[in-house]
Write a protein that binds this ligand. Structure first.
Ligand SMILES: [Zn+2]
Length: 270
C-alpha cells in the first residue's frame, strides 16, 4: 500500500502546472524557510506533515477531478487589452479570481473556529495562489487565455507564452542546476537581500502583487520573442525578472502565513 501511495504521489506531482510544479515548489520552499516556529507547527498540523512545497501544487493536481472544477477560474485574473493596471471593480466583477481568492482563503485559514479540513484546503489554495498571482501570464488577457493560445517556439520546441513562463524558463535553469528545484529554491532564497525581503514583505495587498505581474505582462507582449522564439538570449534577458517573481512570491507567502497563523492578540481591555 505504501508503494502504491508513493507511486500515486509521484504521478500527481507530475501534473502540477502553473509555475510548472517546480515553480510552485520553489515558492513554497522559500516561504517555508521563513516561517516562525509557531506558524511552522500550525502549518505542519494542517497539512498532516506534507511539505509546504508539495502542498503548493495541490490546486493543480486536482484539475482533472470534476469536484474541484470551481477552483479553475481562481488561478488567474483577466485584464482588458489596453488597460494600464488591474482594476478590481472592473476585473473582479465577473466572479472570483486569484486576487480576491487570496483574501478569502486567508480569512478562512485565520478562523480557528472552522473545521480543520476547511482550513487545510484554504491553506493549500493560498500556497498556490500567491505563486500564481506572481506569474505574469496569470494576470493577463482573456482573448489568448493568458498566453495559452499564443504559440511560440521555445528552445526549439512548440510551446506557448503561458507555458514559457510557467515552465520553460525554469526548466532552462534547472538544466544547469544540480539538485533540481530544491537547489534552485535554496539559491534564490540565499540571493534575497535584506532590502528586498523588507520591501516585498511590506507589500501585503494582492492587488499590488497582481499589478506588478501585469506591468511585466505588458512588457512581455510589447517585446514578444522574435523569429528565433524563446532562446538563451530571451532567457538571459528575462531570468532576473523570473527570479524576482519567484523570490517575491516566496517572501510574501511566508509573511502572509506568519501573519495569518500567529496567536490571536490577548483580548483588549474594555
Ligand atoms: Zn495555478
Amino acid at each position: 500500500m505504501r508503494h502504491i501511495a508513493a507511486i500515486t504521489l509521484l504521478l500527481l506531482a507530475r501534473t502540477c502546472f502553473a509555475w510548472g510544479g517546480e515553480g510552485h515548489r520553489i515558492v513554497g520552499a522559500i516561504a517555508a524557510a521563513q516561517l516562525d516556529k509557531q506558524t511552522a507547527k500550525a502549518v505542519a498540523e494542517l497539512l498532516d506533515d506534507e511539505t509546504v512545497a508539495d502542498a503548493a501544487c495541490w490546486a493543480d493536481e486536482v484539475r482533472s477531478d470534476k469536484q474541484y472544477d470551481w477552483i479553475k477560474p481562481l488561478h488567474y485574473i483577466n485584464v482588458p487589452r489596453g488597460a494600464t493596471s488591474v482594476d478590481m471593480q472592473r476585473d473582479g466583477a465577473k466572479g472570483e479570481q486569484v486576487v480576491s481568492s487570496i483574501a478569502k482563503y486567508r480569512d478562512i485559514l485565520k478562523d480557528t473556529s472552522r473545521p480543520k479540513a476547511e482550513r487545510a484546503q484554504a491553506l493549500k489554495l493560498l500556497l498556490h495562489f500567491v505563486g500564481d498571482v506572481h506569474q505574469p501570464m496569470h494576470v493577463s488577457f482573456k482573448e489568448d487565455l493568458g498566453g495559452n493560445k499564443l504559440t511560440v517556439t521555445s528552445f526549439g520546441k512548440k510551446s506557448n507564452m503561458h507555458k514559457v513562463w510557467d515552465t520553460d524558463l525554469i526548466q532552462r535553469r534547472l538544466r544547469d542546476t544540480k539538485g533540481g528545484w530544491a537547489t534552485m529554491s535554496a539559491d534564490l532564497r540565499q540571493a534575497i537581500t535584506d532590502d528586498q525581503r523588507k520591501a516585498w514583505a511590506a507589500s501585503t495587498n494582492p492587488v499590488d502583487w497582481a499589478n506588478e505581474s501585469f506591468a511585466i505582462t505588458v512588457q512581455l507582449y510589447a517585446k514578444a520573442p522574435g523569429n528565433d522564439g524563446v532562446n538563451d538570449d530571451y532567457y538571459k534577458q528575462w531570468s532576473p525578472t523570473l527570479n524576482a517573481r519567484l523570490q517575491a512570491a516566496g517572501v510574501r507567502l511566508g509573511a502572509l502565513l506568519n501573519d495569518t497563523l500567529k496567536a490571536p492578540a490577548s483580548p483588549k481591555k474594555p
